[in-house]
Design a protein around this ligand. Structure first.
Ligand SMILES: [Zn+2]
Length: 626
């Protein structure tokens, strides 16, 4: 699913807004200087109790997500509250050991425990919970409904929730309808504006109580470097990638003007945001048909038809399990153990007939040990083929770090977790598909460009969007952007980084950030930017280890036990050490680096430059603000 990010539901004890009531603060007045032995005993207790509480919360969340009723929602919320209350107690209890010199592993556990920040005043906690729930609800129920009869629309539906909106924006090629949908979707968010401003205040208050400057500062503290260093790391990588993005932007703009004429053309060179096949213009793969190169004559293989042929006319559940087996087969080819039998018994592979479920793909480890599951509603098609590889990346990561102490059972940072499965999915090359007998022939070299273009429309186009969401939020949390400027600053960033412009004039009567889930949901976003870059670093490292020769984009490390050993070492480390160390062991470098991504897309980059030059296209755009 283009633009579909899986949610990793393993109970997190840090980073997110913790909406809980603090029942009691465990810190009996102990006198004297605490010892390292006491600190270790304290953390042992923390790990034992948080493991129990998180397992309980995961079970409740699983039942809730696979059987949505008022009762399961209440049970899941209660279990969450117990987990989060415990976490707050422990964070405050840990203050007793401030200033104590500890061995590195112990010090790291305390550091990770303290990446937490929710208010402790029960009144504020209750208000924060209420505001968060209200915002989630406003987004979840957000719909654009057409004026007039249902007969006005093609599909017979008059109202568009997020799912219908995404499909409609992907499929429609009528610029007037696209504009109508875009404007319509952005009517869901103005009512969120005041509540969002309050969410920012409350969440900042919590962060400050726990020693952070603001919530943005807390979010950027989870990366084993200072918040300022983290921001600089992202800027550095964006500077590496921006020239490629600008060439892609110019090429796509040219094709859109060819298709839509004046509607797509602006004197400032920006692309109207409603024409890119996605309601947020965050990934552009849905308009591949508009921008596909004409000359090559190469036709993309029909993976969906091939999968259907190979899987055969079996019941839906069997077909879904076979789809999952392809993903598992990639990992076992690298030397990983097959998934446990319980995975096949307990996962949700298809949409049940008789109850409401959350179909959005996700990967779970219920007990932080071997109770691994995916929750999907698998259909036999190319997107699901990729998604299965992505989700299993989470599961194999979870299983590999399960032997770590509880506090270290997590990705090296949150970008790593999202990147693992994608680095595997990059190996879904024609070679790999031929090996699976899903295609008969390896496409000729000239097919590289169409294949790369299709990939870049999602992976490269996403980069500025992935960057600007949290750039906007960091300045909101820090107070540099005031509520009165929410929308203006949002569009300044979108213009500057993405080079897209709204199809109609926007004012502070709008609240366009709220039309993207992660803003009202208050979910950090930088991880997705990181993951886009890391995945190519991991991929290249495994290709090198597998002995791949030739252009990076044709590498598949399928079947390489050496690559698997290398990957497993990274996965097993979990969060036990700074991610820089983990990355260095894997790739030889200790920082986020766009080099491998640029190497991968080098053929496309050359081609885009030639196309833009031949078309006489001016690369780049100007914005209203300098
Ligand atoms: Zn994911």
């Amino acid at each position: 699913m283009a633009g579909g990010f899986c949610r990793l539901p393993a109970m997190r004890i840090s980073g997110l807004v913790l909406a809980v009531v603090l029942s009691s603060v465990v810190s009996p007045a102990q006198s004297g200087k605490p010892t390292v032995a006491e600190a270790r005993a304290f953390i042992d207790k923390v790990e034992t109790e948080l493991l129990a509480a998180s397992t309980e919360a995961s079970r409740a969340a699983w039942v809730q997500a696979t059987f949505i009723t008022d009762d399961t929602e209440a049970l899941a919320a209660k279990a969450d509250e117990r987990l989060l209350t415990k976490t707050n107690e422990f964070v405050i209890g840990a203050r007793r050991f401030d200033g104590l010199t500890m061995p590195p592993d112990l010090a790291r556990k305390f550091k990770l425990l303290k990446l937490n920040g929710s208010p402790t005043d029960p009144k504020l906690v209750a208000e924060l919970a209420q505001v968060s729930t209200a915002l989630e609800g406003m987004y979840g129920k957000g719909k654009y409904c057409r004026q007039g009869a249902a007969a006005n629309s093609d599909n017979g539906h008059q109202c568009f929730g997020q799912d219908e909106m995404e499909v409609a924006m992907a499929k429609s090629r009528d610029p007037n309808e696209l504009k109508e949908l875009w404007v319509g979707w952005h009517t869901i968010s103005p009512p969120m504006r005041e509540k969002y401003a309050r969410l920012v205040e409350l969440s900042n208050q919590g962060a400050r109580e726990f020693g952070f400057r603001d919530t943005g500062d807390l979010w950027r503290s989870g990366y084993d470097m200072t918040p300022a260093e983290f921001s600089a790391e992202l800027e550095h990588v964006w500077a590496q990638l921006e020239p490629l993005y600008k060439e892609l932007h110019a090429y796509v703009r040219f094709k859109l003007i060819q298709k839509y004429g004046a509607t797509a053309e602006r004197p400032d060179g920006m692309i109207p945001a409603h024409l890119l096949g996605n309601i947020w213009a965050q990934e552009w793969g849905n308009i591949y048909d508009i921008v596909a190169p004409e000359a090559t004559g190469y036709k993309m293989p029909d993976l969906e038809a091939a999968l259907k042929r190979q899987i055969g006319p079996v019941p839906e559940l069997d077909a879904a399990k076979k789809m999952t087996k392809y993903g598992e087969g990639f990992f076992t080819s690298l030397g990983f153990e097959p998934l446990p039998a319980t995975f096949w018994e307990r996962s949700q592979f298809i949409r049940p007939r008789d109850r409401d479920v959350v179909c959005h793909a996700s990967a779970w480890n219920i007990d932080s040990d071997l109770d691994l599951r995916i929750k999907m509603c698998i259909k036999v098609d190319a997107d699901n083929f990729t998604t299965v590889h992505h989700e299993l990346g989470h599961n194999f990561y979870q299983r590999a770090y399960r032997k770590q102490p509880f506090m270290f059972r997590d990705g090296a940072n949150d970008g790593f977790h999202e990147a693992i499965g994608d680095s595997i999915a990059l190996s879904i090359t024609p070679d790999y598909l031929k090996h699976l007998k899903l295609i008969d022939e390896i496409p000729p070299a000239e097919a590289d460009i169409p294949l790369q273009l299709r990939t870049a429309l999602d992976k490269i186009a996403f980069l500025p969007f992935g960057l600007l969401i949290d750039k906007w939020r960091w300045q909101v949390f820090s107070g540099d952007t005031k509520p009165a400027d929410f929308n203006r600053t949002w569009w300044e960033l979108r213009e500057k980084y993405q080079g897209v412009a709204p199809p109609v004039e926007r004012t502070e009567a709008n609240f366009d950030p709220g039309a993207k889930y992660h803003i009202p949901g208050n979910v950090p976003y930088a991880r997705y930017f990181l993951a886009r870059v890391y995945q190519f670093q991991f991929y290249k490292a495994m290709c090198d280890t597998a002995g791949h020769k030739g252009p990076l984009n044709r590498c598949s490390f399928y079947g390489s036990k050496e690559a698997g050993t290398k990957l497993n070492r990274m996965l097993e480390a979990g969060r036990s050490q700074p991610w820089q160390q983990t990355l260095k062991a894997m790739t030889g470098t200790d920082h986020l680096d766009a080099g491998p991504m640029l190497e991968y897309f080098a053929p496309l980059y050359q081609w885009l430059k030639q196309q833009n030059a031949a078309n006489g296209v001016k690369v780049g755009w100007t914005t209203s603000k300098p």
